[in-house]
Design a protein around this ligand. Structure first.
Ligand SMILES: [Zn+2]
Length: 412
């Protein structure tokens, strides 16, 4: 369903381009304009300008320019309608839903509201309560600075059955909505609900525009004797589709766009540690193998993806599949293995961000060299027949690259 023109104009009027652009660019006022480093090309001196009176932008370097809709389309890689919807969302303008009744839209809104409330609740419990102290101490010991904790919205769920439930009820948030948001679980006997996250450090999972969609809860003390999983994750909900979401994208997107490269790691803490150390273009596929939908999202932001994997057989297999998936989408794909079984979190805590950046620059492998290395390690290259077989597999993977020129490069 098209969006009525008067609604489009309402959004255009409400959307302040300076404010919108500042999500991606640091702007400084200069006369009647604002200037900053262009988010669309790499540069050292600012040539990106925003004219707040006309609500237009222009880059003197790459000549890109336009209105607030064009900006969102270009920076988010979305079409016109989705761009209008994103801005409408941000400025609280209700648009007619595509084919959906307004009841469904209201429920979605209510779920998002409950998630936002929960994120704030967990954050306050971590940073401002005595019960949260051990969790906060633990995060500090892991080297997370207060600004980092804030930036990633980390929190703490008290070890109680109804801490969140009670707080939400005081805010008139319906328990049924909490349940639909994945925050509480209905009791078997139907007598009510209880909190899903108890006694855990909370990692909110944001959408690429910074809406809280879900949570992961990590056990505070992995050896506390109770037989519990290390992580508990939100279930799939109306607003959370695990396959489409990349952890850390909201915080990373500016850096990904500027470097034209994205790092893929496995864990939430890998993302946070790297980002804190200044390696900001990093996301995680949050506990799943990299999906086609996630690659499609990355494709909007960068032309190259670098996969960091664990140096065990499972990690190597996942890396190979990931490389193929990324290449199929026409995005450049590289794999890096960190030395001595380090995960990115350990490595960067020990050696720092610059050493990490230098290491991954030097040790990245494209798919063919990665595949050869794996085969060599497994002893699969001794006989000519084995070598031909490995070659055949590589050619099979390369054949799926959509760009014929790039394909040819790989074959040579
Ligand atoms: Zn530019």
């Amino acid at each position: 369903m098209p969006i009525p023109d008067e609604k489009v104009e309402e959004v255009r009027t409400a959307a302040d381009l300076v404010e919108v652009a500042e999500d991606y660019v640091q702007l400084k006022q200069s006369g009647s304009r604002y200037m900053g480093l262009c988010p669309f090309h790499n540069e050292d001196t600012p040539s990106f300008s925003v004219d707040p009176d006309q609500n237009l932008y222009y880059c003197f370097g790459c000549q890109r320019g336009g209105d607030v809709f064009k900006f969102v389309q270009e920076i988010e890689g979305v079409g016109f309608l989705e761009g209008v919807r994103m801005l409408a969302d941000r400025y609280g303008i209700v648009l007619p839903e595509e084919g959906a009744d307004s009841e469904a839209a209201n429920e979605r809104e209510a779920i998002l509201h409950a998630l936002r409330f929960a994120a704030r609740f967990f954050y306050r419990r971590l940073t401002q309560s005595d019960r949260g102290r051990p969790a906060l101490d633990y995060l500090r010991e892991r080297g997370f600075a207060p600004e980092t904790i804030k930036q990633f919205g980390l929190g703490f769920a008290p070890d109680e059955w109804d801490a969140l439930l009670t707080a939400a009820e005081e805010e008139q948030i319906d328990p049924e909505i909490l349940e639909k948001a994945g925050l509480v679980i209905e009791r078997d006997d139907g007598s009510g609900y209880y909190d899903r996250y108890r006694g855990r450090i909370i990692f909110p999972i944001f959408s690429h525009i910074g809406k809280v969609l879900a949570f992961a809860g990590r056990i505070l003390d992995p050896d506390d004797g109770r037989d519990q999983p290390k992580y508990i994750n939100s279930p799939e909900t109306e607003v959370y589709h695990k396959k489409e979401v990349l952890y850390g994208l909201h915080q990373a997107k500016r850096s990904i766009r500027q470097s034209d490269e994205v790092l893929l790691v496995e864990g939430y803490t890998d993302v946070i540690s790297l980002s804190q150390a200044g390696v900001e273009n990093v996301v995680a596929s949050s506990g799943t193998a990299l999906t086609e939908q996630q690659v499609a999202v990355l494709d909007r932001y960068a032309n190259r993806a670098l996969l960091l994997y664990d140096a065990d057989e499972a990690g190597e297999r996942a890396a190979m599949r990931g490389l193929e998936r990324v290449m199929e989408a026409g995005v450049g794909a590289y794999a890096v293995e960190l030395p001595d079984g380090n995960d990115p979190d350990d490595y960067v805590q020990e050696h720092g961000g610059d050493a990490f950046a230098a290491y991954i620059e030097e040790h990245r492998q494209d798919l063919p060299s990665f595949a050869y290395q794996q085969a060599r390690r497994q002893g699969d290259l001794k006989m000519p027949e084995d070598r031909v077989e490995v070659q055949r597999e590589i050619i099979g993977s390369v054949a799926r690259i959509p760009d014929p020129n790039l394909r040819r490069e790989y074959v040579n």
